[in-house]
Design a protein around this ligand. Structure first.
Ligand code: ADP
Length: 399
């Protein structure tokens, strides 16, 4: 089965085409600046030179049409015609408490995704634009929504509730949801395969450390807690997001800086985190370089980041009453040996010890010291492949 995966943002759209016969990626692409001057598509067929098309791309419909054109183009295309596409999987950020798994998109599912706009104002509307464009372009092809929140629906009530009045929880469904579920699920499964153990026998903490960062406690295959909450703002300190903070501090900032709720939301999402503390950059490569050259605030930002990850590792080990393996993934988790070493330093009490030499690596592998009770792995995430696998499964079930 040929599966197209779509990750649709407000002004950008990413796609990947998979042949699920052998789970190979045939091509991927990125469309940028949709509806803006200077819009372009970069199409990368597997093992071939990329194709760049610069042209006006007015909306998501035009973006999907261009992606299909690139995928079927005589020189850079990988399929003969768009009829070869047998199912389409869409990344949808928020599935609320309704979706515990991916879902075939019908009128009800679409209405449910739309009903979550108030809680996911930045992410669900562009996903719907991508779905609608695909429905128009390829009306006969089954479309599947894969939710970032679905994996976390197994989190028990005691962990997902906020200490708010019950009436408010009922009125707005105000609770913790968690995000990055597709990534946490992918690396947890991959870890079990690498350890040659059933997922149901393992207690794992997955650390997705990228621009957005979250940890997940995966207890015998099920997410039982995660650091992001009602929105992706809770939990770890991130590139530009503040993470855990006393809510009274937010009120103080609003009062003293004169921010409206809209302004403070923007501030907490885009101007805080390691960018805010360092005053320099949200990119960990910049921070590592500057810290090495003696910049104290860059060093502090890195120290704070590592400390918070470490604290949650302790918390989740307690939540699961043990830990068999720790996984690092995403931009920082996969690439920063320094950050992995910093997070895992002085965790021998929990049975975590990283081998210094094994830690300096590219790609997937075990970085634990021989005597480490808990295994420590680096596993590159592949959310698109996970979405393709879910899409394939749901499309087959509904065929
Ligand atoms: P997202 O998908 O959330 O945009 P990524 O998972 O791509 O983010 O992660 C981006 C982050 O990874 C950036 O902060 C970047 O600095 C960091 N990163 C990438 N490569 C390295 C590296 N070699 N060392 C340290 N940080 C890195």
């Amino acid at each position: 089965m040929i599966v197209l995966v779509i990750n649709s943002g407000s002004s950008s759209l990413k796609y990947q085409l998979f042949d699920m016969g052998n789970e190979t990626m045939l091509a991927k692409g990125l469309i940028e600046r949709i509806g803006m001057p200077g819009s372009l598509l970069t199409h990368r067929p597997s093992g071939q030179e990329p194709l760049v098309i610069r042209q006006a791309i007015a909306d998501h419909m035009a973006a999907i049409a261009l992606a299909v054109k690139a995928l079927t183009e005589p020189n850079h295309g990988v399929i003969a015609s768009m009829q070869a596409i047998e199912a389409i999987g869409h990344r949808v950020a928020h599935g609320g408490d309704r979706f515990t798994d991916a879902a075939l998109i019908d009128k009800q599912v679409m209405a449910a995704i739309v009903s979550l706009f108030p809680v996911a104002p930045l992410h669900n509307p562009p996903a719907v634009m991508g779905i609608e464009a695909c429905q128009q372009m390829l009306p006969a092809v089954p479309q599947i929504a894969v939710f970032d929140t679905a994996f976390h629906q197994s989190i028990p009530e005691a962990a997902y509730m906020y200490a708010l009045p019950w009436a408010l929880h009922e009125k707005y469904n105000l609770r913790r949801y968690g995000f990055h579920g597709t990534s946490h699920r992918f690396v947890a499964r991959r870890l079990a395969a690498l350890m040659q153990k059933p997922l149901e026998a393992l207690k794992i903490i997955t650390c997705h450390l990228g621009n957005g960062s979250s940890l997940c406690a995966v207890d015998r295959g099920q997410s039982i807690d995660t650091t992001m909450g009602f929105t992706p703002l809770e939990g770890l300190m991130m590139g530009t997001r503040v993470g855990d903070i006393d809510p009274a501090a937010v009120l103080f900032i609003m009062e003293h800086e004169g921010y409206t709720s809209e302004q403070v939301r923007d501030f907490l999402n885009k101007r805080c985190g390691v960018l805010g503390v360092s005053g320099l950059s949200s990119d960990f490569r910049d921070l590592e370089r500057e810290a090495q050259q003696g910049n104290a605030r860059c060093r502090l930002a890195l120290d704070m980041f590592a400390y918070r990850v470490k604290k949650y590792i302790g918390a989740y080990t307690a939540a699961m009453n043990g830990l068999d393996a720790l996984v690092f993934t995403a931009g920082i988790g996969e690439n920063s040996a320094m950050m992995r070493a910093k997070i895992c330093a002085d965790l021998t009490y929990l049975g975590i010890a990283v081998d210094e030499e094994k830690n300096i690596r590219d790609g997937e592998g075990d970085i634990s010291a021989v005597d480490s009770r808990c295994r420590v792995f680096v596993i590159p995430t592949n959310e698109e492949l996970m979405i393709a696998q879910d899409t394939f499964r749901i499309a087959r079930e509904n065929a």
